[in-house]
Design a binder for this molecule. Structure first.
Ligand code: FAD
Length: 491
């Protein structure tokens, strides 16, 4: 018997994961990717002896990756080697005030205790609760397709959901345990990954603190792109055809089904289609208005996760005082947050993040050099230009020079910036968002854009704008969840 054909649009984590899972289920699967290389927001580039991961840099939740490869009879170590970072990262609170976060729990508790009396034990209790949320959240909830409330109808799960502080904010939850501003900032930082403020993020997501502090920060030798390469190799081993430089221009429907997709390199037909490109792009640019799930107004009312102003920088010297991951929390976040979420504008004095993978990996920069990845979270939809990019670069390099006490600007031998326009050009990103849709309470589970088309029987969606949400582990899970739904309905 002929296999059913599946087409997957986009080769980000979600697309690669959906494709591998569909191939494993017996579908003859093809990925259509517009760019010349796979990985989407997690692509990598090399120039002038430096190698940069373009997007994600934090490897959290190693168990999710392990269980991903295990589904296919493989292990992470078949594709890449992991190293746990210790210290996990450094938080810069001000001049001469950098705080490395130890990987070892005993040392971490002692650090908390040294900042606030009793905070060591409080941390233990906080992480005990967070461990429970992680167990239920990551092992049960994120694998729900979010198509109906009935998925959450089991009594046990309902009890679990209530116990998980779904209706309390992360901000309140953290303040029940800690008073010192440094500890509050440290405990609130991981939810920024979810694209919303701690005040608007359910305390369920303290599971991110468990991921951070208990499960640890890891690094795949060679960079985050090793995950993409591993997932790409696995997909090909499973028989997936990966076609790069194939931009989908139109999804054509007949009688309530997708009949074909038109690309810049010809037409493709399939029994089932998974759209792993940005949901908004697929809806508004690829589908006819009659086939869309949502109106323009719906999209305008979504809370998008931030965009990012990024810099990929090569320095011709080593820098002391910085670690692999550094969070510059040396300015007040409130006005910056206001300019991301409430009144979208370029911030006056933003916090930022600096990553130097060359601290851990000799292959990413020439000897005696350092590669530097800088990220400023900013509102999606802002107008930007070279002058703005240069201004912020100068501003944050000055802050790093001040903190490290070393000249840096004079040692820049490679420079590339990246912002809204690039996100739109490269990924068809809505408003130039970096991390998709924010994980607010009103945009959780069944309240997210649906993973199945309501109009076309054989069209599904995956990726960071649908369930379960933004981030590498959720995107990868999104692909698995959609493939399971397809198997139920078309297998
Ligand atoms: C700067 C940055 C830093 C981040 N940091 C972290 C981190 O440290 N840790 C973490 O876990 N997560 C992080 N994230 C989030 C994480 O990278 C994303 O959530 C994840 O990569 C999204 O995967 P995806 O498959 O949903 O989307 P994408 O990676 O965007 O994949 C979509 C794919 O569709 C393709 N496409 C678009 N339109 C078309 C078309 N018309 N035809 C064909 N193909 C098309 C795109 O080219 C792209 O390859 C970060 C993201 C960014 C941008």
């Amino acid at each position: 018997m002929m296999s059913k054909k599946a087409l997957v649009i986009g080769s980000g984590f979600a697309g690669l994961s959906a494709a591998s899972s569909l191939a494993q289920k017996g579908f003859d699967t093809t990925i259509l990717e517009k760019n010349s290389s796979i990985g989407g927001r997690a692509r990598q580039f090399s120039d002038s002896g430096f190698t940069f991961d373009m997007g994600p840099s934090w490897y959290w939740m190693p168990d999710v990756f392990e269980s991903y490869f295990k589904r296919f009879g493989k292990s992470v170590s078949d594709y890449y080697q992991l190293k746990r970072l210790d210290p996990s990262y450094q938080v810069v609170y001000g001049q001469n005030d950098g705080m490395p976060i130890p990987a070892e729990m005993k040392e971490l508790e002692a650090l908390f205790e040294s900042i606030e009396k009793g905070a060591g034990l409080q941390l233990r209790e906080f992480l005990k609760q967070a461990a429970y949320k992680y167990e239920v959240g990551i092992n049960k909830l994120v694998y729900k397709p979010g198509r109906s409330l009935s998925e959450f109808a089991s009594l046990k799960l309902l009890v679990d959901v209530i116990r998980m502080d779904v209706f309390q904010s992360m901000s309140k939850h953290v303040r029940k345990f800690f008073r010192h501003p440094k500890l509050i900032q440290l405990m609130e930082f991981p939810v920024l990954f979810l694209g919303a403020l701690p005040q608007n993020t359910p305390a369920l997501y303290s599971l991110m603190n468990y991921a951070d502090m208990s499960l640890g920060t890891w690094y795949p030798e060679g960079g985050m792109h090793k995950i993409v390469e591993g997932m790409g190799s696995l997909a090909e081993e499973l028989g997936v055809h990966i076609l790069t430089n194939h931009a989908v221009e139109k999804i054509v429907s007949t009688n309530g089904r997708v009949s074909k997709v038109i690309t810049n390199q010809g037409e493709f037909t399939a029994d089932v289609i998974v759209a792993g490109a940005d949901y908004h792009h697929v809806e508004t640019q690829l589908l006819d208005p009659k086939d869309r799930n949502y109106s323009d107004k719906y999209w305008d009312n979504r809370v998008m996760a931030p965009s990012s102003l990024l810099y990929y920088v090569g320095l011709n010297k080593r820098i002391d005082g910085l670690l692999h991951h550094n969070l510059f929390f040396d300015t007040d976040f409130a006005p910056h947050a206001h300019n991301i979420y409430t009144d979208p504008q370029w911030p006056e004095d933003p916090l930022f993040y600096a990553s130097l993978t060359s601290k851990t990996d000799a292959t990413v920069a020439p000897e005696g050099h350092e590669n530097l990845f800088l990220l400023i979270p900013v509102a999606p939809g802002l107008e930007e230009n070279e002058e703005i990019r240069d201004r912020y670069f100068d501003m944050i390099m000055t802050r790093m020079e001040r903190f490290t006490g070393q000249a840096l600007k004079d040692h820049v031998v490679y420079y590339r910036s990246y912002a809204h326009k690039d996100f739109k050009d490269d990924y068809n990103s809505f408003k130039g968002n970096a991390y998709g849709l924010a994980n607010t309470l009103k945009q959780t589970a069944i309240l997210k854009p649906s993973l199945k088309s309501k109009k076309l029987k054989n069209l599904y969606f995956t990726g960071q704008l649908t369930t379960p949400g933004p981030g590498v582990p959720p995107s990868l899970i999104s692909g698995l969840v959609v493939a399971d739904e397809i198997e139920k309905e078309h297998g």
